[in-house]
Write a protein that binds this ligand. Structure first.
Ligand SMILES: Nc1ncnc2c1ncn2[C@@H]1O[C@H](COP(=O)(O)OP(=O)(O)O)[C@@H](O)[C@H]1O
Ligand SMILES: [Mg+2]
Length: 559
């Protein structure tokens, strides 16, 4: 485990720079938070001094007016320090709210922006559920991390250092005892958390992600599970994952327990040394009762902070572990990127040319296509027929540039698709998926996905062209019809047609009178019904005819 960790940058070295970069986006916010919270700790630093003054004044006797005045001064100072501390703390706390929320939003948004653009392969190999878990867990870990550093660790260290200096100025020997104690304690905590707890926490996090992924996988494929009556099998699968998760989490929790016990043992030694030292000073006549009060109060404040430093470093380590997977998403390269200065594709006719294309999926040795040349003229309709696995779907994916070819070129109207923007390319291609994939959004939004802002008339027309108009007549309020209504209304083959009703492209040709149908490419392994619903179809339309057809050529819809 340790070897494994040493081979890559430790989580802390990846995560902290990432977080600090986000802090730098809000320099004013960061300064107000740190200033307010650090300022508040100054009160804690001076509290023991005035407690000592108070006790010394009191031991002088209540009848002495000078002592009474000194006692009231000390009392006033203690109350005033408390008030200042409260106000500064409130300022810090108020500032940390928008500060942290903004970073959390930025991080979640950036992660989503990237994940959406990761390659098709990345998505094929990642559980959507795990990715969601990584992002949301990372967001909340960032909240804990910010709180830990700004609200806890910085003030703790400031109080610790300040008390050590103040105490050391009075009694160098006591200052030295505390310095030595802190020098043993803090490195011990750092080593325990990074070497002992972190590896276990990292493994338990990975299992946590797996539990999320397993749940999401089975739930997403619930239709398959149901159709095979495989609920019990999925239950058992989850139980296996949970049992391993439990073992890993147990190990990491136990390590937390052992570490905190070790911390307390070191603190106990320190307490004995400091209080014993104060006793010796008093016996030697070098410390008044007020001085002893000062030492005791200082020690208890230091003790509280030292005990908490351990907890804060644990929290730091835990939040860093929780954020690691999110930061990895930010470090991941986007598989298929636009070339520098890529321009939008200009499709006029829609001729598709495969020029000596060689392609193989990652990890495969023999290419799926080896020097494939195809020329589909503008306006031509082509059906690809072949046995399952022969590469029909891949052909369509290459036209969409979901994968880059390893040799040759794919041209549309003479433009190499590798050199144009992916957005412009894909928004020119209408595709009817083999399985209808619907968003959990209204039916109208689902249909108009390819053309946001399409009119209701256009949406209805698209649905009509997909032979889904009986449904439309039933769903009176299309705009508000839910995905569930849609599912209920469009079953089986009708659903495939329904998903095909998606209004495609910027200028979807559902406008009356627009759009002659341009080259159309249908791919079908089998199409027994002959209605084009057996496999996906795609077409490339100059003038955006609606994406309603499957593989079978249809008559011009006459819109
Ligand atoms: N993402 C992928 N990674 C690796 N191999 C793949 C991937 N997608 C498809 N393949 C393989 O490529 C071959 C062609 O697949 P595909 O184009 O889907 O065939 P078809 O649509 O003709 O059934 C098959 O052997 C399939 O297993
Ligand atoms: Mg296929």
């Amino acid at each position: 485990m340790t070897t494994h960790i040493n081979q890559r940058p430790t989580a802390i070295r990846r995560v902290l720079p990432f977080v600090f970069r986000h802090w730098l986006h809000q320099p004013v916010g960061a300064s107000v938070v740190a200033g307010g919270l650090l300022g508040a700790t100054v009160a804690d630093l001076f509290m023991p001094v005035f407690s000592g003054h108070l006790v010394d004044a009191m031991t002088a006797g209540a009848s002495d007016p000078a002592a009474r005045r000194a006692a009231f001064m000390a009392f006033g100072a203690i109350v005033a320090l408390g008030l200042v501390s409260m106000i500064l703390r409130l300022i810090g706390l108020q500032a940390i709210v928008p500060f942290t929320l903004r970073i959390m939003s930025d991080v979640a948004r950036d992660a989503f922006v990237r994940v959406q653009r990761f390659s098709t392969d990345w998505h094929a190999n990642s559980f959507a559920g795990s990715t969601v878990r990584k992002i949301t867990r990372g967001m909340w870990a960032l909240d804990l991390l910010n709180d830990t550093i700004l609200m806890a660790l910085l003030p703790s260290l400031a109080v610790l250092l300040g008390s050590m200096i103040l105490l050391g100025l009075h009694w160098p020997s006591l200052g030295l005892v505390i310095a030595v104690g802190a020098l043993i304690y803090i490195p011990m905590i750092v080593i325990f958390t990074t070497r002992y707890i972190a590896p276990a926490a990292r493994v338990s996090n990975a299992w946590d992600t797996k539990v999320g992924g397993t749940l999401a996988d089975a739930l997403t494929c619930n239709a398959v599970v149901k159709s095979f009556g495989a609920e019990a099998r999925e239950d058992a699968r989850l139980a296996r994952v949970i049992s391993r998760w439990r073992r890993r989490v147990r190990r990491s929790w136990l390590r937390y327990n052992y570490t905190s016990t070790a911390q307390l043992a070191v603190l106990l030694c320190l307490r004995g040394s400091v209080i014993g030292g104060a006793l010796l000073l008093w016996m030697a006549g070098r410390a008044s009762p007020g001085d002893v009060t000062y030492v005791l109060t200082s020690y208890y404040i230091i003790h509280a902070y030292l005990r908490d430093v351990g907890m804060h470093i644990n929290n730091l380590q835990r939040s860093v572990n929780d954020m690691e997977e999110l930061v990895a998403i930010h470090d991941e390269t986007i598989g298929i990127a636009d070339v520098a200065g890529a321009l939008p594709i200009d499709v006029r006719g829609g001729r598709i040319v495969f020029e000596d294309v060689t392609f193989h999926y990652g990890g495969h040795r023999t290419p799926l296509y080896d020097g494939l040349s195809v020329d589909i003229g503008a306006g031509e309709r082509v059906g690809l027929v072949g046995r399952s696995g022969s590469g029909k779907t891949t052909f369509v994916k290459l036209v969409q540039r979901l994968y880059d070819v390893s040799g040759g070129r794919i041209l549309i109207d003479g433009q190499d698709i590798a050199e144009v923007t992916q957005h412009s390319l894909r928004s020119q291609i209408a595709i009817v998926q083999q399985d209808p994939i619907l968003f959990h959004r209204s039916l109208a939004e689902n249909i108009a996905y390819g053309r946001p802002g399409a009119s209701m008339a256009a949406i209805e027309q698209a649905a009509r062209l997909a032979n889904a108009h009986e449904f439309i007549l039933r769903a009176k309020r299309l705009r508000h019809a839910s995905r569930r209504t849609w599912r209920q209304a469009l079953r089986g083959r009708a659903a495939a047609r329904g998903a095909g009703a998606r209004v495609s492209g910027r200028r979807a040709g559902i406008d009356p009178g627009r759009g002659d149908i341009q080259p159309r490419l249908g791919v079908g392994g089998a199409d027994p019904a002959g209605d084009g619903t057996a496999d996906e179809g795609t077409h490339l339309d100059r003038d955006r005819a609606p994406a309603v057809d499957g593989a079978r050529p249809r008559p011009h819809p006459g819109v």
